[in-house]
Structures are given as structure tokens and as C-alpha cells.
Unconditional design. Sequence first.
Lengths: 74, 568
Amino acid sequence: MKKCKCRMAKVFFKILKIFLIANVALFVVFFFDLDGKLMFNVVEPFLKKHYDNMERKDVLQEPYDLDKFPKYKY
Amino acid sequence: MAISFDVSKIQKKLAEKKEGVQKTVAELKANGFKKNMHDFWYGKPHTAEPGGRRLGELYEDKTGLLTHREWRGFKDTMYYMYMIWGYNYLHMVTDILKFSNNPIDFLKGTWRYRWMGQTYLPVIHWFERGLQGMRGEALYASAWHYRAMVSASIHQICTFFNADTRLHGGKENDAYKHTIFTNETTCGTLFYPWKDAGYQYVSMEMIPYFVTCHVNSHTVLNYIDAVQSLGLPGDPCPMCQAESGLFVLDDVPDSSPFIITCNEACDASVSTHTLQDWFADKPLFALPIPMQFDDPLVKKHCMNEIEEMWKFVEEQTGTPFNWESMKKYLERQNKLQRDEWEKWEVAAKTNFYPINGVAQALFRIYSTQYGIQTDCWEDASEKVKKIMYKCVEKKINPFPQTRHRVIAWSCAPLYYSNWCTWAYNCWGLNCIINMDSLMFDMEIRTDSYENMLEDMATYHMWAPMRRMAVGGMHHIFELWDYMQRFNCDMVAMYDQLQCKGMQGVHGLFEDEFRKRNVKAFWIPHALPDSRTVSRAEIRRQINDYMTTVMHEEPLDPSLLDFDDSMTW
């Protein structure tokens, strides 16, 4: 019984430790705006490059067929 | 891949950091234990006196990123971290899981569309800009408005991606057949009759254009430049340019078999929908917003057009108009409107209203335009009302440094909608209400089809940028009544430099301000385009007014002049 309680306490403190470390890490990210800095300096430039190099349909080559659909007068 | 480091740049940054730490340590020593503990628990006071908070010192040069977030006192910093920053990150994920048919589509959409990937990932920074300096109930309540807007945005994004043929190998799936595409000022209210049959309304531009400008103002510049690269002139309203540019860059999802467009209450937008008709190449119904709308004959005409549009939807979807569905969602919308009136009553008559200017304006324009497509508006409204009544009961003034009660009029700069957060922090200018909030100031009757249709026509005609912007003298000058009703002593007058309609009445406002002895300052801007008038220029204009005309001193001198030219 004593052994069991001891093990439970160990698990409890382990969880508490993980919880505290996770919270401190989160606080560091939050307080120093690390998420913003990551987005601004890494993610956005990377995505911009991707979008800039993307192949796009040249919509101007599409014919503008005015009579393709009915007038929808009711 | 070669990675190069600029050593001198890193050394300079480290030296700056060292200097910053030394300055903070010296300040803490000088303050003494008692003041330090007070600042730790409550945050630094909002005052120009020594020892007051200096929000301008938190910014990194140019980028607008923060060297560190503001310490708002123990309780509010923890609230911000867990209930705003963490909560919203978490709920962005749960919203995607809730609204998306397949979360992989969300990732595919992020990869495919610039307006998605470039804009919405830094959304939490948008909260930061709008909520900076807020403490206590102002922080808690304003954040709920932001939360609702993010949830509604994810709902729309998922509606796009669930149905988009481009993300599904060209397949027109069930979601595609149940999505109704419209222009962004064709309100969601019009499509309630099909909601219970599983049809989703989504505006083609609200997410790819309108909301992006608030969250990340860089994105929209691609679309403006795209349309100008075709040789179209650069002087029409940049909103119309950006909306056309989305099509020019082939960046509008293909999520619906048909489209309903409107003139978005603006002559330039008529051209937008011509381009949309060309590039989208789908059955299209044009439902214009009348240019003259105080005429009973025009109203009758508008009612007929709405009914014609409903017939078009019936024909395209094969699903009949459902009066019960219409009634059900209209009643929910009316309840939301009554809640808003309740809040406005408190804002007008007391100092206990806890919503800041930007949260008020964006929540209202977004919720009235999108309509009851999800529960998010009602949820947020209930939470805000609870906080508001706590303020009323306990006589809490959420904006204790208010020097002037401001009403903001005309269309706001989308890239700097949070100017009012800055104005409160720097000058004590508390933006109580604004034109965007007041546009759809009405309920829609549900006692009979005829009454509903009549009110629906009014609602449609009171669209954004119509009633109180280019909607005729009577409505533009409703400013004076609202100024009195909301007990405001100052006007922030937006000056959209590329809106030909509003430029035409600039002089009339100048005359009226003088005649009525109204304190007013102008905010020049070019709606989404941050290159025409910078944020720094807007601040400079307000600073000039506050010092040269009002002879006032700033509450936070660090906010007078700083460079955020590259910020989102």
C-alpha cells in the first residue's frame, strides 16, 4: 500500500513537473512574441516565395462569352 | 542550401538587447520594492508621469513585432496568455476540425491560396494590435468580439475549401452543389431560406480580400498590383481593384455552380463584377444596390429584384424558398440586433461600455454582413453582455483614461482599423461608436412575407458604403444625430482618398464642422492600400490635431512616433 502511494506521488510529481515546464515554455513563447517572430521572419517569407513561383492560369486567355448563359429574367 | 549570417547585424542586435536589459535593471533598482511589486501585480499605470507604461518601447523597429508583450499586471497577463492567446490558438484548431469536412483540405487550401497562407497564420498578432494596452473588462470583452470574427472566418474558409473543385481534383462534390457564392456586400441574410436545406452562403471577397487587409495588409497589395498590371488605371477605389485582382491572379476558389453579384454600392465595383462575370464563367445574377434608395418606387423595384434573385437561386439549386427557415434565422438575427441596441444604450449613456473601438466596428460590420451562418455572434454577444452588466453593476469604467468620446465616421482604413486602440493609449481618445456599426440599424419583420420583403429591401439598400457613405446627404449627415445620441464630443472623420463619392462631400463636412463648432480630425487613407497613406502618417495627423488644436499632452509619449512601416 505504501509502495503504491509512493508510486502515485511520483507519477503526480512527474505530471506536475511536465505541466510546469510546458507552462514556462508557453510563457516564454507568448511573452517574447516568438510565434509572431517565427511567422514574420520564417513562415511568411517561405510561403510568399511559394506563392510567387506558383503557376497560374492566364485568365485573360479565357474568352468572354456573353451569350453562354441565359439572361435570367423572371 | 547555403546559410549566411550577417555578423555585424547580430552583434548590433545583441548590443541593443544588452542595453535594454541594463536599462530595465536600472529602472527596477530606481523604482524600489514597493513600486515594483505594485507594477508586477497591477501593471504600470497608464500615465505620462515617470513610471507610467511606455507601449511604444515594446516595438521592434519597422516590423511592429514586439521585443516582448506588455506586462498588464499578473491577472491580466495570465488572462491574456491563457484565455486569449492560448484559447484562440486552440480554438482555431477545433474550429477547423468542426467546420471542415476533411482537415487535409484546409492544409491544401493554405498551400494553394496566397490570401489564406500569408494572411491567416499570423492572426493572433491581429488580436495583439487591437487589444494593446487594454486591461480588465475592456480586454476580456473586446477579445470575445475578436474570437467571434476568427470563428466566422474559419467557417467561411472551410465552406470555400469543402467545396473547392481545385482541391478535389476537379470534382463537383456535394458541398459544391450546396454552396452559394456572392459578392461581399450581398448580405448573408438574403439566403436564409436555403439554410435549413444545407446550403452555405459564402462571399467571394470577404475572406480573400476584406478580412485579409485587417490581419495582414501585405497580402492585398499583390491583388491591387495584378489588376493594374493589365493596364487598368490605379485611381479607382483600391477595394474594387483588389477584388478584381483576386480573379486576375486566379485566386478565387471554385466552390459554387453559380454566382450572385452586386455593384457593392459603388460605381467602380460595377466594373469588378463585369470582370468576375468574365473570369468566373458561371451562371450569374446581378442584384445591384440602388443608387437612390429613399424613393418608394426604387424600393418597390428593389423588392422585385430580390424576388427575382430568389427565383434564380431556386432554379439553380432546385430547392424552393423556405419561409420557415427564413423566419427562424431572421428571428435570431433580430435578437442579435436587440442585444446590440442594449449594448449601445450602455455605450451612449454611461462610461461602463467595455468594447474598444476596433472590436466594436469590425464585429458589427462582419456580423451584419455575414449573418447567422454560425452561432459565434450570439455566443460572443452573450459573453460581452455579461461582462458589460458586471461593469454597470460594479460601476467599473473599462476606459478610465478617456479624455474625449469619439464617433468615427465614413469608411475606415482596413490596414489600420486598430488606430483607435493606439489613439486611446496615446491620447485618451475613446472611440465609442462608428459608422460601420450603425449601418444596419434595424430589425426585419417576420410577421408576414410582404413585411419581411419590404424590410429586406431596406436592409439590402443600407449596405456597407451605401447608406452613410455615398447614400445621399440625409444619411451622410446622420452623423450629427448619432453624435448627440452617443454623447460624443469629437469626430474622427475618415477620408478615403480614392472614393470619388466621399471626396465630393469633404468640403461640406468642413463647413458643417465649423458651423456646428464640432471638434473633428481627418484620417486620410486608401482603404486597403497601406502604401498611399502610411500608418505613421495617420498618427502624425492625429498628433498634430491633438497638440496644435486641442493643446493636449499625450498619455504615452512613446507612442507619438515609431516606425511600423513593415508591419502586418
